[in-house]
Design a protein around this ligand. Structure first.
Ligand code: GDP
Ligand code: GDP
Length: 455
């Protein structure tokens, strides 16, 4: 790497980043306008500028990768989701619910210029009951004269308030040090089972697509709530189900059964639950209701699964209702709306009649195999060499960026780092991804492609 003009240390850190397993999750919660998004942006710094190209339908990201003091973790920004619709109390409660379900540690942001409010106190109560470590961020402490205000926040009973100005960066370093102390090295919940233990499946989809019907169908009489099995209690909302001769862990099934019917806020809760289930799962089975047109909500859920980097199976449910006409339009909708996830195995099922239930397990196994597959550096560079020779990057401004070499730095999902002599256009990166899939398969898995450009 050094000879080719790359800084060896940076290359090593890039590869380590790409190779990392699941990261611990930090949730940033708090009332609207306390500065959560500002803080999240501050935490992310410039890391997000790394060129990355992921397939996705729409961008509704809530989870980002961050790094501080050489440690990497995920940050979940719970702000900005339909808070007006929900009302303050409900939206903050929903964030806290997310933090409880999916995060390994929580930053509670409070506006020091306002002081502790009833809402802050309510969320403190929820968080305390959950027993997750909480770091208290006293935000908007823009200068030393404001530090006295921050001291009022001791009254929340969360220990030392960390005075921070998310806007100017003041104090964020000290606060992040405290965050790292609170955050475990590896996530407690994701892939928490011993190697060889049950694989973790999230069954997701918008309300009424048939999630609980499918769960009931596959569980049959043999349903075992994990909670009830001595010694396996890790998460009382998971369920162990035997399918195709293998035991699977369906995560967050309580969320599927306990239906939150909040009129306006239901979407918001549903999104949080989906995000929480994805954090805990290795593979996602996204259900689509074929009786209705594929909606933005459907594509958004698929994007969440892709962005979370999980293996993906798409199950078209209620197939028993399909007539010729609807089938025609459905195929067109799939072609238009889901073209970016053409790589996901597809099963056409009916949770009601049991149609094609036996196809579900092979589809999940295929997706997990793609998710875990690895291409040797030799094979990859052979492939890249041929590709660059036959399809060079277009010349831009008199220059022609070239891929010099590449490596698969990690799996689950496959992560590639390409080293190039110049910036690679998005279209060319997509082309490379497409060719990678044609050559090596990767069925049912997102692929991460990051490009390092020689200075
Ligand atoms: P969120 O709703 O909690 O995500 O809050 P935002 O991050 O959108 O911030 C709300 C407002 O507070 C914006 O106008 C920010 O510029 C402002 N703000 C955020 N952090 C600070 C800070 O540290 N100091 C000051 N003075 N304003 C801030
Ligand atoms: P959830 O909200 O995703 O858990 O959806 P449910 O499992 O509660 O299902 C919503 C509705 O769709 C119920 O009335 C189910 O009976 C119905 N449903 C679920 N799966 C099927 C199916 O395969 N075929 C038909 N015709 N109806 C289904």
């Amino acid at each position: 790497a050094e000879q080719a003009g790359f800084d060896a240390e940076e290359v090593e850190s890039d590869l380590a980043a790409a190779a990392s397993g699941p990261l611990p999750v930090l949730a940033v919660v708090g009332r609207p306008n306390v500065g959560k998004s500002t803080l999240v942006n501050r935490i992310l710094g410039r890391r997000e500028a790394v060129v990355e190209d992921r397939p996705g339908v729409t961008r509704d990201r809530v989870t980002y990768e961050a790094e501080w003091a050489g440690r990497r973790f995920k940050v979940v920004d719970t702000g900005g989701w339909e808070q007006d619709v929900l009302g303050i109390q409900a939206s903050v409660a929903a964030q806290a619910e997310f933090a409880v379900e999916a995060a390994d540690a929580v930053v509670l942001v409070v506006d020091a210029t306002v002081g502790p409010t009833d809402t802050d106190e309510a969320v403190v109560k929820l968080l305390r009951r959950a027993g997750k470590p909480v770091v208290l961020c006293a935000n908007k402490v823009d200068g030393p004269s404001m530090e006295a205000e921050a001291a009022y926040l001791w009254s929340l009973g969360l220990g030392e308030p960390h005075p921070v100005s998310a806007l100017h960066g003041r104090g964020t370093g000290d606060m992040l040090d405290a965050v790292l102390e609170a955050l475990p090295e590896a996530p407690a919940q994701t892939f928490g089972d011993a190697p060889g233990g049950p694989r973790r499946i999230a069954l997701i989809g918008r309300p009424n697509v048939g999630k609980s019907s499918l769960l009931n169908k596959v569980a049959g009489e043999d349903r075992v709530v994990v909670d009830a099995v001595a010694g396996t209690t890790r998460d009382p909302v998971d369920e162990l189900i035997e399918l195709g001769g293998v035991t699977w862990r369906f995560v967050d099934t309580a969320g599927i059964r306990r239906r939150v019917h909040l009129q306006d806020g239901a979407d918001y809760y549903a999104s949080l639950r989906t995000a929480a289930a994805l954090e805990k799962a290795e593979a996602a089975v996204v259900l689509i209701d074929v009786t209705e047109p594929i909606s933005v909500q459907d594509t958004r859920i698929i994007t969440m699964a892709v962005d979370a980097g999980r293996a993906l199976v798409i199950a078209y449910n209620k197939w028993d209702t399909l007539d010729e006409e609807r089938r025609f339009y459905l195929e067109r909708e799939i072609e238009q709306e889901l073209v970016q996830v053409r790589w996901a195995p597809r099963v056409n099922i009916s949770a009601r009649t049991g149609r094609h239930m036996e196809k579900l397990v092979p589809a999940i196994e295929t997706a997990l195999a793609g998710w875990e597959s690895r291409v040797s550096t030799g094979r990859l560079n052979g492939f890249l060499g041929e590709l660059v020779a036959s399809h060079p990057h277009p010349v831009r401004g008199g220059k022609q960026p070239r891929i010099l070499f590449g490596t698969q730095a990690g799996t689950r999902p496959p992560r590639f780092v390409l080293f190039a002599s110049g910036f690679l256009e998005a279209g060319y990166r997509r082309f490379i991804e497409r060719r990678l899939r044609e050559e090596f398969g990767f069925e049912g898995t997102p692929i991460h492609l990051s490009v390092r450009v020689r200075e």
